[in-house]
Design a binder for this molecule. Structure first.
Ligand SMILES: Nc1nc2c(ncn2[C@@H]2O[C@H](COP(=O)(O)OP(=O)(O)OP(=O)(O)O)[C@@H](O)[C@H]2O)c(=O)[nH]1
Ligand SMILES: [Mg+2]
Length: 195
């Protein structure tokens, strides 16, 4: 995908109304700090257009990035951010649920899981919940640069077992450092956007 133009078009907080976009949307979900904003930056060919932080809980809104005036990347707030208070956490959860439930243009949800760790109960809940909303999530195994190449297959298996998904579910290892996996994700998005 050639990125000609990116524009943070809509930012939705807990009280904002969600946009009614008419072009395909691709959403990125996953726990706090897993690398959602970093992936979106890589997919936009921008270093830091989407805000990234070493501190979890950076993205606290739903951000719609308009790409080439043809499709949207949707950066979701991370779940399981321990420091947020219960009320805030519940509101973020509701916001993500509302979005997945209501979007008419959502083509695919990418669920990001850190390649180094066994999926948490929240990851599993999120996976099952996305499925229950009628979407088949694509798993992105993030931070692939943090493990040895020789460990890659083994760690992918750990994610599959943890989420209880077979090899029929697409899982793409990705690194924002090396950009491993970026082309594959772009190709996938392009294909769905045109479909
Ligand atoms: N080594 C390495 N670090 C990464 C990678 N992706 C993200 N990080 C780091 O992980 C931290 C969190 O990245 P973000 O992209 O902000 O994560 P997020 O999922 O958007 O987090 P929230 O907005 O809090 O939900 C930052 O310090 C990033 O630099 C990766 O592929 N490799
Ligand atoms: Mg973020």
């Amino acid at each position: 995908m050639i990125i000609k133009d990116v524009n943070l078009e809509t930012v939705c907080g807990i009280t904002s109304k969600l946009p009614e976009n008419t072009q395909p949307e691709f959403a990125f979900a996953g726990k706090s700090n897993v690398g959602k904003s970093s992936l979106i930056n890589a997919l936009m060919n921008r270093k830091s257009y989407a805000r990234i932080s070493a501190q979890p809980g950076k993205t606290q809104t739903i951000n719609f990035y308009h790409i080439n005036d043809t499709l949207y990347y949707v950066d979701l707030p991370g779940y399981g951010y321990a420091k947020a208070n219960v009320e805030v956490k519940a509101k973020w959860g509701k916001m993500i649920e509302d979005y997945l439930h209501r979007s008419k243009m959502l083509k695919c949800v990418f669920l990001l899981i850190d390649i180094r760790h066994e999926p948490s109960s929240n990851d599993k809940l999120m996976y099952d919940w996305i499925v229950s909303q009628g979407y088949q999530p694509v798993i992105i195994a993030t931070k692939a640069d943090k493990i040895k190449r020789s460990q890659l297959q083994k760690q992918m298996k750990v994610l599959r077992v943890g989420l209880d998904v077979g090899t029929d579910v697409l899982m793409i290892p990705f690194s924002a450092e090396t950009k491993q996996g970026r082309e594959e994700i772009w190709d996938y998005i392009e294909r769905l956007a045109e479909a």
